[in-house]
Design a binder for this molecule. Structure first.
Ligand SMILES: [Zn+2]
Length: 512
């Protein structure tokens, strides 16, 4: 068992696979490897057109020349210095933009029924630019805060805004929100229907501004910046109002189109009643590729041995365990090796918008992203445990191996919204993300991994990987998938969960 997961990781994390960047040759080779493993296990191809693959169409946008950004007050046009006064992200929906529009301050820029946030209420944003504080008001659970932060473009677009400029809720950073908006390139998928992944339909741009620019935007405003900031700092929602200056933007894009595959294999269920339902075991196969800025002689390859060759290896191991058991699952089990997770959960979000099985029939999903088998883990963590009973299957399976289930070790990080299961959750699929837990030395090992190797070239095969621990994790993943596949009842959302109410209103609930 240890030999098999070791073989998978050693292949996938080899320098020859060049860091498995989405759209790069190394990732294509990795995808072929996974497809070949699926075939050898007797799985059915479950991609598009009878193949093992779902090929995701991507677009990468960069600026051609420098954007021109201006603040306009009356007859005065004031050019903003790009990169220091303001920054705008390249567009994947328009090759060339010429925009000039009024700005409206919209507080935090959040709309949410559960918390009764309605920052756009009473404001006319049609064809205008929303100016919102970055982040979220104090006091929200971290997962909710992370979710709402990520949805701000959608909220602005839904209100009719054509652009979103974020401003810093505090005044002590001269750079303001410029850095967050200074992305040299933006990648997103664009599907056959013209839909996009992380780009909100109708929102034409997103920009950040420095503290000095923010001050200028609020010159002569109905309320002072100091006052609305004080309200925000107190956890309140300052009411919006129109700003005096207008904002103008002119830029040109270079686009590069490419594709990258997800790999999908199916073990068909055999129970006459349950086999139409599907349980998903998934992980991302891609990593960061090759560092284009590495100096000659330096290691330039992001091998991603733990992130996420190790997760894929344990997913394959779970598949092997199903076959070895000689007992097919009752529900169908779909294995997915996603692409472009590292570019913003893009492969999984594409699948969630272009699913290869009807989403209603997906009973639940377990996402395997970055186990850290550098110690003998004795517990696992299921992010999303408060939201659905998928986590109860995790706990049941763990118990059969003498493993415990630990609490979220880093609640401040909002991890639940930061990996590939999240786009599925947004479509109503009960899902969890698994990590190895903090017990038995895990805390120190995780801290060191984040410090020294995570998203660095050192996440490679030189790490002291305990192959027996990784094999054990593979066995656990099998038992979790088996539990979910064979349970009489499919997982349910948990009563009172924020995400349950958001994505699955009216569906049956489990008691907390
Ligand atoms: Zn990862």
């Amino acid at each position: 068992m240890a030999d098999r997961v070791q073989a998978d990781v050693e292949f996938l994390a080899d320098d020859l696979l060049e860091g498995r960047g989405a759209g790069e040759r190394g990732h294509e080779v990795a995808a072929l490897y996974v497809a070949s493993q699926f075939r050898s296990l007797g799985m059915q191809p479950a991609g598009e057109n009878g193949s093992w693959y779902q090929r995701v169409p991507f677009r990468r946008a960069t600026h051609e020349g420098s954007p021109r950004l201006e603040l306009i007050s009356g007859a005065t046009r004031e050019a903003l210095s790009v990169g220091s006064d303001a920054a705008v992200r390249p567009s994947i929906t328009e090759r060339e933009r010429r925009i000039e529009a009024p700005m409206v301050f919209v507080g935090w820029g959040i709309t949410d029924g559960r918390y009764r946030f309605d920052d756009y209420r009473g404001l006319d944003l049609k064809g205008k630019i929303a100016v919102a504080f970055s982040g979220t008001p104090k006091g929200l659970p971290s997962e909710v805060a992370a979710h709402l932060s990520q949805q701000k473009d959608e909220f602005a677009a839904a209100a009719g805004a054509i652009g979103l400029i974020e401003i810093d809720p505090g005044s002590d950073s001269p750079a303001g929100t410029v850095r967050g908006a200074s992305r040299p390139r933006v990648t997103d998928w664009v599907d056959a229907k013209g839909r996009t992944g992380n780009t909100a339909a109708g929102l034409r741009f997103r920009a950040g501004v420095s503290e000095a620019t923010t001050q200028r935007m609020f010159a002569g405003a109905a309320q002072s910046l100091a006052r609305i900031r004080a309200e925000a700092a107190g956890g309140r929602h300052p009411k919006g109002f129109a700003l005096k200056p207008r904002f103008a933007l002119q830029d040109k894009m270079k686009w590069e189109e490419f594709t990258s595959p997800a790999v999908l294999g199916l073990l068909p269920g055999t129970d006459p009643k349950l086999r139409s339902e599907t349980v998903i075991l998934m992980g991302h196969l891609d990593h960061l590729g090759i560092d284009p800025d590495a100096k000659p002689g330096e290691d330039a390859i992001y091998n991603g041995a733990l992130d996420n060759a190790a997760g894929i290896a344990t997913m394959l191991e779970a598949g092997r365990a199903f076959v070895r058991s000689g007992k097919p699952p009752k529900r169908s089990v779909l294995f997915i090796a996603h692409t472009a997770e590292e570019l913003g959960l893009l492969g999984a979000s594409y699948w969630a918008s272009n699913p290869t099985v009807p989403l209603r029939q997906v009973a639940g999903a377990v996402n395997l992203d970055m186990p850290v088998p550098l110690y003998d883990f004795t517990e696992v963590v299921a992010f999303g445990a408060d939201h659905s009973t998928v986590a109860r299957a995790v706990a049941d399976a763990a118990k059969t191996m003498g493993l415990g289930v630990g609490p979220d070790p880093m609640p401040e990080q909002g991890i639940f919204t930061r990996s590939d299961h999240y786009p599925l959750v947004m479509k109503g699929v009960p899902s969890v993300l698994l990590f190895t837990g903090h017990a038995n030395g895990g805390k120190e090992v995780w801290a060191r991994f984040f410090e020294e190797a995570y998203h660095q070239v050192d996440d490679d095969l030189k790490q002291p990987i305990r192959w027996t621990a990784l094999a054990r994790y593979g066995e656990l993943n099998y038992r979790i998938a088996r539990t979910l596949a064979d349970a009489p009842q499919r997982p349910r959302w948990i009563k009172g969960s924020y995400f349950a109410d958001l994505v699955a209103p009216g569906e049956p609930r489990a008691e907390r």
